[in-house]
Design a binder for this molecule. Structure first.
Ligand code: ADE
Length: 288
């Protein structure tokens, strides 16, 4: 039951330690240092709460994960550990959420993340219905930079969708939620799209077929998100998972006639069922 034999660079800190008199700025933070302000979101694996460090006044997004659910669902445990390890290894990138601390108490794990105040791209998209090609390209370029950075470190993100893209105070895009990201050396052909809560709309055909997959799966998802931004819906939709999956495997995307041929050209190269022909950022991307 004890999940505490972590030996990574980040140390978990127990809150059951005695409360100190005063505040030593050099001691590692405890969960009790962070005052909850409001709930920011509820993901498949736990909730995200806006918290304030009582000593410094700084705001963070605290992602909570119940240990009970982690113990019941071994997969979630793996994901949580991988989320922390991956975020810890991702170093500095302007389009990737920063992890400051990983803490735990007897019931929960807590990731103390950079607070990104502008909400989800998903909400922005829902409000605007769809975006101009000019504004979509602003977000696509930043997702491409984040993916290129991760791929360079051997990490496949695997879960690119508008819900995982946050907007910072200046409107720039920040990728969050590394619960599904995977070091590509530990890649397997597990059919993970079926094991997650949520829709498979942005999921690549090779992943749905349970085949080996790599960084190209993220470029497929980027194409689906770009399509979603330009039209207001992802390219393959349906009333249930089976319909959506059938379309992803068999159908070509249809384009409304206001989509320019430049955008269509790029989309067709990203939403390409043939992994070897699919575009990625190192493959003629500079033409766009
Ligand atoms: N929702 C999920 N993660 C978040 C973060 N880091 N900042 C703000 N809202 C979030």
């Amino acid at each position: 039951e004890e999940n505490d034999q972590e030996t990574g660079e980040l140390k978990f800190n127990d809150i059951e330690e005695e409360e100190e008199e005063g505040y030593d700025k050099d001691r590692p933070p405890k969960i009790s240092d962070f005052k909850p302000i409001k709930v920011l979101g509820q993901g498949a694996y736990g909730k995200v709460v806006l918290v304030q460090n009582k000593n410094t006044g700084l705001l963070f997004a605290q992602k909570e994960l119940k240990k009970a659910s982690i113990i019941v669902d071994g997969k979630t445990a793996e994901r949580t550990k991988s989320e922390r390890d991956i975020l810890a290894s991702v170093t500095e990138h302007q389009n990737i959420v920063k992890l400051f601390y990983a803490l735990h108490d007897s019931r929960k794990l807590y990731l103390i993340l950079e607070y990104i105040p502008g909400g989800e791209l998903f909400q922005y998209l829902a409000k605007e219905k769809f975006l101009s090609e000019r504004s979509a390209s602003f977000y696509v370029a930043q997702m491409a930079l984040a993916l290129k950075h991760l791929h360079g470190l051997g990490i496949v993100y695997r879960d690119l969708k508008p819900e995982n893209c946050l907007l910072d105070k200046d409107g720039y895009l920040v990728l969050t939620d590394f619960g599904l990201a995977k070091q590509s050396t530990t890649q397997d052909s597990e059919n993970w799209c079926n094991s997650i809560i949520g829709t498979p709309e942005y999921c690549s055909p090779e992943v749905l077929r349970g085949e080996d997959y790599g960084t190209k799966t993220d470029w497929w998802s980027l194409g689906c998100v770009m399509y979603d931004m330009l039209t207001g819906a992802p390219p393959f939709t349906g009333n249930n998972h089976k319909d959506i999956i059938d379309k992803i495997l068999k159908k070509k995307p249809k384009y409304p006639n206001y989509i320019t041929s430049d955008a269509k050209g790029l989309l067709n190269k990203l939403i390409n069922k043939n992994v070897n022909k699919r575009f990625d950022v190192d493959n003629q991307w500079q033409n766009y």
